[in-house]
Design a protein around this ligand. Structure first.
Ligand code: SAH
Length: 219
C-alpha cells in the first residue's frame, strides 16, 4: 500500500483539502498537520480513491461511511481546545479514520466499533500507520468503556437521540464529550464540558451522522 499516494491521492490533492479546512475555519495547527499527513485513501475502497481527499463522507460498506474531513477536524479541534489529551475514548471506529487523526494528538486512544468486519478493517488500517497508542475493541460502545474511564475526551461518531448519561459519567474533570445528537434528518454537534458535577453544552455545528445503535454485529 502506497501511504504517500499518487495522482488523485497525491500530496497536492491533500494540500487542497487542508486549504479547504482552513477556509471553513479550522485553526489548530496540530490538527491540520495530522490531517495533512494522514493517508485518507487507505481508509476507502480503491474504487473511491478519487474521493479520498474531497471534503465529503465516503461509503465503506455495511451502510456506514468514513466521516467528512471537516467534521473530523472540527471534533478533534474541539476536544483539544483545553490542552493536550491523555486518555481518549472514541465510540464508532468505522474503518479508523478519526482514530488515526486523534491518535498522534493523545497519549492513549480506545475506540469501540459494533460491526466486526469494520473493526477488523480498522485494525489493519491503523497497523499500517504504525500507531501503537490505539486500542480497538469490538462491541457496543453506547455505554462507553467504564473500566478505562475517566477520559479527557470522548468522541462519538454515530448519533444517539439523546446524550447517554454513562458517557457523561466517564468524563474526567474538565473532560470533553463531542457528540452528534438527533435523528436521521440531521443532528446538532454538541461539545459538553464537565466541571465537577456540572455539564456545560455548546452547539458546534449541524451535522449528519449514522445512528448510534445498540448491540453488536459479528459478520
Ligand atoms: N469514526 C469513523 C466514523 C464511522 S461511521 C470515521 O472516522 O470514519 C460511525 C460508526 O459508528 C459506524 O461504523 C457504526 O457501525 C458505529 N456505531 C454505531 N453505533 C455504535 C455503538 N453502539 N457502538 C460502537 N460503534 C457504533
Amino acid at each position: 500500500m502506497n501511504l504517500d499516494g499518487i495522482g488523485v491521492t497525491s500530496r497536492r490533492t491533500r494540500e487542497r483539502l487542508i486549504a479547504k479546512l482552513k477556509d471553513k475555519g479550522i485553526r489548530n495547527a496540530g490538527v491540520l498537520d495530522v490531517m495533512r499527513s494522514t493517508p485518507r485513501h487507505i481508509f476507502v475502497d480503491p474504487a473511491f480513491s478519487h474521493l479520498s481527499y474531497e471534503d465529503i463522507p465516503v461509503n465503506i460498506g455495511y451502510k456506514q461511511t468514513v466521516s467528512q474531513p471537516y467534521v473530523v477536524a472540527r471534533m478533534t479541534e474541539a476536544v483539544l481546545e483545553a490542552g493536550p489529551l491523555n486518555r481518549v475514548l472514541e465510540v464508532g471506529t468505522g474503518c479508523g479514520y478519526q482514530t488515526a487523526v486523534i491518535a498522534p494528538l493523545a497519549q492513549e486512544v480506545y475506540s469501540i466499533e459494533r460491526i466486526k468486519p469494520l473493526h477488523d478493517k480498522a485494525l489493519v488500517n491503523l497497523e499500517q500507520l504504525g500507531l501503537t497508542n490505539v486500542h480497538l475493541l469490538h462491541g457496543d460502545g453506547s455505554l462507553g468503556y467504564a473500566e478505562k474511564s475517566p477520559f479527557d475526551a470522548i468522541v462519538v461518531t454515530a448519533a444517539p437521540l439523546g446524550v447517554p448519561n454513562e458517557l457523561l459519567a466517564q468524563l474526567a474533570h474538565n473532560g470533553r464529550l463531542v457528540i452528534p445528537v438527533g435523528g436521521p434528518a440531521g443532528q446538532e454537534l454538541r461539545l459538553i464540558t464537565r466541571h465537577q458535577e456540572q455539564f456545560v453544552s455548546r452547539l458546534l455545528d449541524h451535522v449528519r451522522f449514522v445512528p448510534l445503535l445498540k448491540g453488536q454485529v459479528t459478520n
